[in-house]
Design a protein around this ligand. Structure first.
Ligand SMILES: [Mn+2]
Length: 337
């Protein structure tokens, strides 16, 4: 492992560089990648962001979006060739290569020097350079640190700063999670000084609901929410036909789990979504209950202490029953005061 500062001289000669986020990139993953793209282009590198798969429409305003190569689609060969030939690969917002799913073996086998910048627990040792801080609020926060370490903060443009703002804003739940340090606010202050308009980014990310998405939210809250007071737990289970009924698109269920968590007294919230080939899960908690451990132990998942996800291939009802059957074992942790 080498010091990240030692990367600087390598960046000063033109290189072929791939930037890779985790599958189903969120605002932090994509924002970090596109800020990095904006930075590396200033050194005239041949650089591409290669995403394992698609991301929600409400992220497509980000500068550089039109240049992202999506591996899942027709650009498969192009993406694989670029990764194989790259001199450097930046791995952003994931700490183990399996999070890149279809790209995993290509990145793993690539001859490139690998750079990991991330804040997820459970780091795999695959990178040659690391900027790894599990306490960081967002990878985007670490991208800002990276520019500092490269002594290149002056290369931060407004479009790059907007991507970083969006990553920090979403990963901190709009600056309310416990990871929102004074340092986060200082970075945000710098981004505003550069020219980011907070109200613009909030509007672009949060106020772009379709009518169907709002109706799905109403339906989910009214028909699919179960509150188990005795375990301070609330969950929602969304079937394939529910998704179909509201013509749900990628990202439409984003944030749904937080409504369950916002109920007074709730410590653990879960969202189960039947995606057809598998059930995807989101877990959220407040306080000491670690949903990262919970997802890891029972649901083939992981993430952060208060926000994690999982995946199972059993039918929806089975997965939900299993979840409910686990709660008595955690009653003490969920109900202590
Ligand atoms: Mn993140």
């Amino acid at each position: 492992m080498q010091q990240i500062e030692e990367l600087k001289p390598k960046l000063e000669q033109s290189k072929k560089i791939a930037i890779v986020p985790h599958r189903r990139p969120d605002a932090d993953a994509l924002g970090s990648c596109l800020a990095m793209l904006g930075y590396l282009k200033q050194y005239s590198h041949d650089v591409k962001v290669i995403s394992p798969d698609e991301y929600p429409d409400f992220l497509k305003w980000m500068h550089g979006n039109e240049e992202v190569v999506i591996h899942e689609y027709e650009q498969k060969k192009k993406a694989e060739l670029f990764i194989a030939e790259a001199d450097l690969i930046f791995c952003l917002d994931f700490s183990s290569l399996d999070r890149t799913e279809s790209l995993e073996k290509h990145v793993r086998n690539a001859k490139a020097t690998k750079v990991l910048i991330d804040h997820h627990p459970g780091k795999e040792d695959f990178a040659d350079y690391e900027l790894y801080e599990p306490k960081a609020s967002a990878t985007a926060e670490l991208i800002f640190d990276f520019l500092n370490k490269m002594q290149d903060v002056d290369k931060l443009t407004i479009p790059m700063a907007e991507c970083i703002y969006a990553g920090i804003m979403t990963d901190t739940g709009s600056f309310k999670y416990s990871s929102t340090s004074s340092k986060v606010h200082r970075i945000i202050a710098d981004l505003i000084d550069i020219g980011v308009k907070p109200e613009k980014i909030h509007r672009l990310i949060y106020d772009t609901n379709t009518e169907n998405r709002i109706k799905l939210l109403g339906f989910a809250l009214d028909q699919r929410l179960t509150v188990l007071k005795e375990f301070n737990t609330a969950y929602m289970a969304i079937s394939m036909s529910d998704l179909k009924k509201f013509q749900s698109k990628n990202g439409d269920t984003e944030g749904l789990v937080n409504y369950a968590l916002s109920i007074e007294g709730i410590r653990l919230a879960a969202l189960f979504i039947d995606r057809g080939d598998s059930i995807s899960m989101s877990f959220r908690s407040v306080g000491d209950f670690s949903v990262s451990e919970f997802a890891n132990t029972h649901f083939n998942g992981g993430g952060h202490k208060n926000a994690s996800g999982g995946k199972m291939t059993e039918p929806l009802e089975k997965v939900v029953d299993f979840f409910v059957s686990l709660l008595p074992f955690y009653k003490e942790k969920l109900c202590d005061t």
